[in-house]
Design a protein around this ligand. Structure first.
Ligand code: ADP
Length: 365
């Protein structure tokens, strides 16, 4: 059963511009859903409409079995964790965590119990008497989470909660939030612009662009079967390589920049001779092991060692392409090679609509 449901949800800030454009999304009970997209795509606005911090222009927000469009934030049983977690600096960790409960007139023994329980879960038991300035960034973040958790809300809303932390702490907190979700099993909606965060945290990920939901799927589906070129390009690092091509007259291969790539048999009947297509191939689907199955001649331009692997930027007849090679077998700048395409993994898009020509129902969200 969906627990949070967005029905044709739209938001206009005036001037006729839609910040959120008819978003339809169902978030299941206990699900961790990530809303991701570039800055300005409307993801915070969606979250703020769920929280009740932003008025809905049209459409519905449903939580449980009621439409909450007109329900004030306090009565929605949601808790929001922001990027600026703004703890009260003059209060102890305990008082910060107790604040919301006391404001709701929860009896003091209950407050103590709930704060103690939550502090235990978050590993904050030894910190309850400290002030926020006596904590590290990660510990403060945990207090902010704790403040939301003590109320045991039915829905947690996170708005880029990790973006103020340094890279190492971000990875640590990511795991902590995931662990937290596994433990408390609450419904969580998490907004981020960071696709790695989205992929690692979400049960499902909803990708937005310019106010419009592009695709919502589990991480591996999103990665391997993107509904359009935008999703394909947004998810994945280093990003997918794109190039334009044309289906050959016999319909058996793709031609681009004088290069001929055999078409995967599964795809042959689905494309017509002479059709223009936009192709995408991920860096790990290009291999330095021989010619068979379609290969292009490339020369290495930029080498980026990562230790476990090396990312190589190649110059080719298709333009610049990026591939990953094992750390120990990296080429040197200027080296030539044959780069083999794993043809079954080639993505093909319509150049005008950018929709995938691989996915049977590309619009499925
Ligand atoms: P994101 O969270 O994806 O970065 P937002 O939801 O914050 O994007 O914003 C979506 C769009 O709405 C942007 O174009 C932004 O400029 C606009 N916007 C956001 N808040 C307001 C506001 N209070 N008044 C006018 N425009 C706004």
């Amino acid at each position: 059963m969906p627990f949070v449901r967005l029905v044709d949800l739209s938001k206009s800030y005036g001037r006729g511009h839609l910040a959120v454009d008819k978003v339809n999304l169902e978030i299941r009970d206990g699900e961790f859903l990530v809303l991701v997209g570039p800055s300005g795509c409307g993801k915070s606005t969606v979250l703020r409409m769920v929280a009740g911090l932003e008025e809905v222009s049209s459409g519905e927000v449903r939580i449980g079995d009621r439409v909450v469009n007109e329900v004030p934030p306090r009565e929605r049983d949601v808790a929001m964790v922001f990027q600026n977690y703004a703890l009260y600096p003059h209060m102890s960790v305990f008082d910060n965590m107790a604040f919301g409960l006391r404001r709701r007139k929860v009896a003091e023994p209950d407050v103590k119990l709930k704060v103690a329980e939550t502090a235990e879960v978050l590993g904050l038991t030894g910190y309850l008497q400290r002030r926020p300035r006596e904590l590290s960034g990660g510990e403060r973040q945990r207090v902010a989470l704790g403040r939301a958790m003590v109320r045991k809300p039915q829905v947690f809303l996170f708005d880029e909660p990790l973006s103020n932390l340094d890279a190492k702490l971000r990875v640590q907190m990511r795991a902590e939030i995931k662990r937290l979700h596994q433990r408390v099993g609450a419904t969580m909606i998490y907004v981020t612009h960071d696709q790695v965060e989205a992929m690692t945290l979400g049960d499902r990920i909803a990708v937005m662009k310019k106010g419009v939901l592009q695709q919502c799927a589990d991480p591996l589906t999103l990665y391997s079967r993107p509904a359009n070129a935008f999703v394909a390009g947004f998810i994945g690092s280093p990003p997918i390589n794109f190039f334009d091509a044309k289906v050959s007259a016999d319909g058996a291969s793709l031609e681009s920049g004088g290069v001929r790539l055999p078409l995967d048999p599964a795809r042959r009947g689905r494309l017509s001779a002479g059709q223009g297509v936009r192709c995408g191939i991920r860096p790990e689907d290009l291999h330095l092991d021989g010619r068979e199955g379609g290969a292009i001649t490339v020369s290495a331009e930029v080498i980026e060692p990562h230790g476990n692997e090396t990312v190589v930027h190649w110059r080719s007849a298709l333009g610049d392409v990026v591939s990953r090679v094992p750390g120990q077998s990296a080429p040197r700048v200027g080296d030539s090679a044959e780069l083999r395409f794993e043809l079954g993994r080639l993505h093909v898009f319509d150049p005008a609509s950018e929709r995938s020509l691989d996915v049977a129902e590309p619009a499925a969200v």
